[in-house]
Ligand binder design. Structure first.
Ligand code: NAD
Ligand code: WQD
Length: 349
């Protein structure tokens, strides 16, 4: 297949691009690099042992998208978006513009160029505060922040478009808590500034970049009082995207959860990480983080039935791979890139 990967230089996109290249697909990455680095693209090509073409562009730029899509593609995978839930509370319009306008523009460009297959990155954030766990796809959708709202609106836009054009086929994947990294240690989550997600933060504490982890709440009704989540290895997510591409056929829109189907608490994650890195991860308990919920984990049985997919890697493997990435790239790609640029400037005549 020839696949356009919007947001392919980012965390989940880069791992998926490697899998696509390794399976012999032709890949074009379309990314604004607003939250990623060209180093990721270099490593995608090294690990994929083939070359993905890179196009610098914003999905809100319809002309740029149409110019690429007009070459002819079998499918688009759409990862491009802003993803920090707490940031979206401060900047809702930035999130609506980037995510919703970006997705609308992509649909328009796909329609104009006759590209009719789409895999879309959605999120468990569409469920907000669940009534019960595990969460199945027909659970109530009660978003609790603008980021979640943007995901829900994008799902609805795609769903309505599929209804209007029965030749258009879409699979909407609701990821739970992605974690881990490529086993080579050459790709991983590369947040700008301090990570807001648990696993990369724990990795930075273990590496000595922060004095301690703040655990947000130890009075939840969970087995040890800390929040419980469904962590899913990024390599498993990459595999699910490959399977979703194979399943896209002849119209319709399917929504499915991608999670491991079991929950771990914050203290479980800390203990697993300590075992893997052989160092203590100091932590202090703090107040609950506003907007957090006690327990979230997926019923992933629809993905198993529809795609033949299930999570293969557990928490230990996620911690091992996240730690390898942390050791090999202690400051992430973007800090390395900035350092290289400043060295080049200093050495310029
Ligand atoms: P990421 O930030 O690492 O990757 C997103 C990529 O999209 C980045 O390379 C960024 O530069 C690019 N991008 C953003 N806006 C763009 C725009 N307007 N035009 C072109 N490129 C743009 O994030 P990720 O963790 O890889 O997430 C990928 C997708 O999965 C996102 O849509 C996110 O909302 C969704 N998701 C992520 C998580 C998670 O916790 N990581 C969970 C559920 C869903
Ligand atoms: C996990 C647990 C925290 C950091 C977010 C988004 C969601 C999705 C995945 C995109 C919680 C606790 C965390 C820390 C802590 N992203 N924690 N100290 O909040 O489940 O989900 O990422 O779609 O939309 O909301 O993930 O990794 O931030 O938190 O105690 O420094 O770790 O309270 O219980 P979350 P997370």
């Amino acid at each position: 297949m020839k696949v356009l990967v919007c947001g392919g230089a980012g965390y989940i996109g880069s791992h998926t691009c490697v899998a696509l290249l390794q399976h012999g697909h032709e890949v074009v990455i379309f990314d604004s690099l607003v939250n990623s680095s060209p180093f990721a693209v270099e490593n995608i090509n090294i690990l994929g042992k083939s070359s993905a073409r890179f196009v610098l562009g914003d999905v809100r730029d319809r002309d740029a998208l149409e110019a690429v899509l007009a070459e002819g593609f079998d499918a688009v995978i759409h990862f491009a978006g802003l993803k920090v839930a707490c940031e979206s509370l401060e900047k809702p319009l930035v999130y609506f513009d980037n995510n919703i306008v970006g997705t609308l523009t992509l649909l328009q460009a796909m329609q104009a160029t006759g590209v009719r297959n789409l895999v879309f990155s959605s999120s468990a954030s569409v469920y907000g505060q669940p009534d019960r766990v595990p969460i199945s796809e027909n659970a109530p959708l009660r978003v609790i922040n603008p980021y979640g709202r943007s995901k829900l609106v994008m799902e609805q836009l795609i769903g309505e478009f599929c209804l209007a054009d029965p030749r258009f086929s879409a699979i909407l994947l609701r990821y739970f808590n992605p974690a881990g990294a490529h086993p080579s240690g050459q790709l991983g989550e590369d947040p700008s500034g301090s990570p807001s997600n648990l696993v990369p933060y724990v990795a930075q504490v273990a590496a000595g970049l922060h004095a301690h982890l703040s655990i947000f709440g130890n009075d939840y009704p969970t087995h040890d009082g800390t929040g419980v989540r469904d962590y899913i290895h990024v390599m498993d997510l990459a595999d699910a995207h490959m399977k979703a591409l194979d399943r896209l056929d002849g119209g319709g829109c399917i929504v499915m959860n991608l999670g491991a189907g079991r929950g771990y608490s914050v203290l479980d994650v800390v203990a697993a990480f300590e075992r893997v890195c052989g160092r203590p991860v100091p932590y202090v308990f703090e107040d609950r983080r506003p907007g957090d919920v006690a327990e979230v984990w997926a019923d992933p049985s629809l993905a198993e039935r529809t795609l033949g997919w299930r999570a293969r890697y557990g928490l230990r493997r996620m911690c091992e791979d996240a730690w390898r990435w942390q050791i090999k790239h202690p400051h992430g790609f973007r800090r390395e890139e900035a350092r290289r640029l400043s060295l080049r400037r200093l050495s310029a005549p």
